[in-house]
Write a protein that binds this ligand. Structure first.
Ligand code: FES
Length: 351
């Protein structure tokens, strides 16, 4: 039985010149329950190829049965071209149920501080987190550092302002603009290491209880903030980050440029596939018609989890795996590139 949802578009809202919110409900009232910070995986046809893209939900479970995602439109982007350009109210979108581990669970007894670093459309899951925390944890605080290009590119600007007014004792925002257009009294510049240190120092007097960090945005920003938090001896378990795009390998990723033969063991049968240097094992296996379980295709849901029995993989991001999984030799094949000969992958029956 398919677990695909049939989502109907209720409303399309222009959040900025290049970002839209889509509000949807499930046509047959199938379960859409989610935790703040999870994402939907839209499935659509792009020139005959089944394509999947994950989009974080910015609304909260209180808004069910409606959910909202925000999507940035990219000129020539696959989603823009094949899904968004002709999308209108009443259309349906096929989606997987909500997935993802970049979540918060609320408890009204909690007294903690969530420090959020976001940039661009990375605000989307943070928006869901912060609304839930502000509403259900009256003793907790949320501090948001949000980077954008200019005033007009700030997604959810009005919504964030009204939340700040409503929760003025618990919610603090610093908008950081790299190229403000008008007279801008806020922070100038990208969220780089200098800026991150300044912001953390400026707000440290607001920290209360346990301090947890939530990062979502371009890899460079997240890595910068991670390094600073590491220097400050922040426990890794208090740092949460979302990878919301598939990182493409670049020349700094050391993989010898050659085709590799990979053996895939699926339901007891061995299959040999030839994987090109820039292809993931999952991509190639699906292309060869192997029915490998998969969902988000960017290392975030663990549906494509398998065991590496021999050989080496270059794994780009595995946010969905625990350290224990990794120790036991599990990997996510949607972000796994063969980096040696003799790669053997086992999909166990339980997957
Ligand atoms: S398909 Fe989601 S982690 Fe691989």
């Amino acid at each position: 039985m398919t677990n695909h949802l049939n989502l109907i578009v209720d409303e399309i809202v222009n959040e900025t010149h290049d970002t839209i919110s889509i509000l949807l409900h499930e046509k047959d009232n199938r379960d859409l329950s989610f935790l703040p910070g999870q994402f939907l995986t839209f499935i659509f046809d792009a020139d005959g190829i089944e394509t999947r893209r994950g989009y974080s939900i910015w609304t909260t479970p209180d808004d069910l049965p409606q959910v909202g995602v925000a999507i940035k439109k990219f000129k020539d982007g696959v989603t823009t071209k094949y899904l968004l350009e002709s999308l209108k109210v009443g259309d349906s979108i096929t989606s997987l149920p909500p997935l993802g581990n970049f979540t918060v669970e609320t408890n009204q007894e909690n007294e903690r501080t969530l420090v959020m670093f976001g940039a661009g459309s990375g605000i989307t899951p943070l928006m869901s987190h912060l609304q839930a925390i502000l509403k259900y944890e009256p003793k907790s605080k949320v501090i948001l550092f949000y980077g954008n290009h200019d005033e007009d590119s700030i997604i959810f600007y009005d919504k964030l302002n009204s939340l700040q007014k409503k929760y003025s004792d618990n919610f603090f925002i610093e908008h950081c603009l790299s190229k403000p257009k008008r007279n801008w009294n806020g922070v100038h510049g990208r969220i780089d290491s200098v800026k991150s240190i300044e912001l953390l120092d400026k707000y440290k007097t607001h920290f209360t209880g346990q301090v947890e960090y939530y990062l979502c945005g371009p890899e460079e920003m997240m890595q910068t903030v991670m390094n600073i938090l590491k220097e400050r001896n922040v426990d890794r378990k208090n740092i949460h980050r979302e990878i919301y795009t598939t990182k493409v390998l670049d020349e700094t990723d050391e993989i010898e440029e050659k085709e590799r033969e990979v053996t895939i063991i699926l339901q007891g049968e061995r299959h040999k596939v030839l994987v090109m240097p820039n292809e993931t094992i999952l991509e190639k296996a699906l292309e060869q018609g192997l029915e490998i379980p998969n969902s988000c295709q960017f290392g975030n849901c663990s549906t494509c989890k398998a065991k590496l029995l021999s050989g080496k993989l270059k794994l780009v991001e595995q946010t969905a795996l625990s350290e224990e999984d990794i120790k036991q030799g599990f990997c996510l094949t949607c972000v796994g590139y063969p980096a040696s000969d003799n790669v053997v992958i086992l999909y166990e029956d339980m997957f």
